[in-house]
Design a protein around this ligand. Structure first.
Ligand SMILES: NC(=O)c1ccc[n+]([C@@H]2O[C@H](COP(=O)([O-])OP(=O)(O)OC[C@H]3O[C@@H](n4cnc5c(N)ncnc54)[C@H](OP(=O)(O)O)[C@@H]3O)[C@@H](O)[C@H]2O)c1
Length: 296
């Protein structure tokens, strides 16, 4: 079985590299230097040439605020590129597993969103990801769209690493307390992607997967510093603020908790609580920083 992965240098992509795959599965990662997703012909040629059984798209334009000023690039990478992947997969009978986002929802609901709930993105990033979902559904029945949220890991650009960095530089941090969601460890997404990829009877459709439970960005920050404090790191004060006090170019949903029961029922993917998953990642980040500082 051949699996082709786009986006192997991102948070989820790096976690996919660390997955242990069955011996009969050959996994190839396509770097941006080989296929830039802005080049739709290159995507088609790559998939056509390799003719994989499964394509995993972990690549995306993920700069939520920058997307407001770069809608062309966001749509190219988040919508037209996955659309081209879907068309190419259809030609070689490959199954496409694509990652999408909680930001396809407007966040007005106060109960967790199920997969079939109406969408209503508030910004360009969410709208471009939604357009990608629609193109995939239109072009390829054999797909899984996995919506996730608030992704973090020990590497890459993410809230957890930003908090730990800012926590060293400042005595007080102001963090938004009225946006609700579920932090998700990139390794748990990668594990689910592998399970789906190697599943002999793949069920197509849209699925939600995040860490278990929910919090706010403020609650997430406090949990990060609690875990760090257990390892002897001195923590800043985390002051709660509301979204209105922290204007950003892109509007974000106030409540984007996802109901993840479907992926558990269909693929047996269980979710640890977001808080439990956080601790080893905080430890890894702090250890890596300690190693780097002692080398300097
Ligand atoms: N991060 C979150 O909080 C979050 C939340 C919800 C959903 N998601 C979704 O989860 C998925 C994985 O996100 P992530 O956090 O792992 O992303 P990430 O760390 O930002 O990585 C993005 C990946 O996409 C690649 N990429 C971007 N533009 C490209 C282009 N033009 N050509 C080729 N490759 C390109 C990047 O390559 P380079 O290294 O070369 O730039 C990188 O490998 C995405 O679909 C994202 O929309 C993320």
């Amino acid at each position: 079985m051949r699996v082709l992965v786009f986006g192997g240098s991102g948070q989820v992509g790096q976690a996919l590299r660390r997955e242990v795959w069955p011996a009969d599965v050959e996994v190839s990662f396509v770097p941006r230097s080989q296929v830039d997703l802005a080049d739709l012909d290159a995507i088609a040629m790559c998939i056509g040439k390799i003719a994989p059984d499964v394509v995993i798209n972990a690549a995306a334009y993920t700069a939520v605020d920058r997307a407001e000023n770069e809608p062309g690039q966001a749509y190219l990478v988040n919508a037209f590129a996955p659309g081209a992947m879907a068309a190419a997969c259809a030609r070689v009978a490959a199954f496409l597993i694509h990652i999408s986002t909680d930001y396809v929802f407007d966040g007005a609901s106060t109960v967790p969103y199920v997969e079939a709930d109406p969408v209503g993105p508030l910004g360009v990033y969410g709208a471009s990801k939604l357009a990608g979902e629609l193109l995939i559904r239109e072009r390829l029945p054999d797909h899984v769209i996995l919506r996730t949220a608030w992704v973090y890991g020990a590497t890459g650009n993410n809230f957890l690493r930003t908090m730990l960095r800012l926590g060293r530089e400042r005595r007080e941090l102001r963090v938004v307390v009225d946006q609700h969601g579920s932090p998700t460890h990139a390794a748990e997404i990668a594990s689910a992607l592998r399970s789906i990829a190697v599943s002999p009877a793949k069920r197509a459709g849209t699925f939600h997967l995040t860490g278990g439970g929910a919090t706010t960005w403020h609650g997430f920050a406090e949990a990060i510093f609690e875990a760090a404090a257990e390892l002897g790191y001195s923590s800043p004060v985390v002051a709660p603020i509301v979204t209105a006090d922290y204007p950003t170019p892109a509007r974000r949903p106030l409540h984007s908790v996802l109901d993840c029961r479907r992926i558990d029922k269909v693929y047996g993917v269980h979710r640890p609580s977001w808080r439990a998953s956080l601790r080893p990642v905080v430890r890894d980040v702090l250890r890596a920083e300690h190693r780097a500082s002692t080398r300097e």
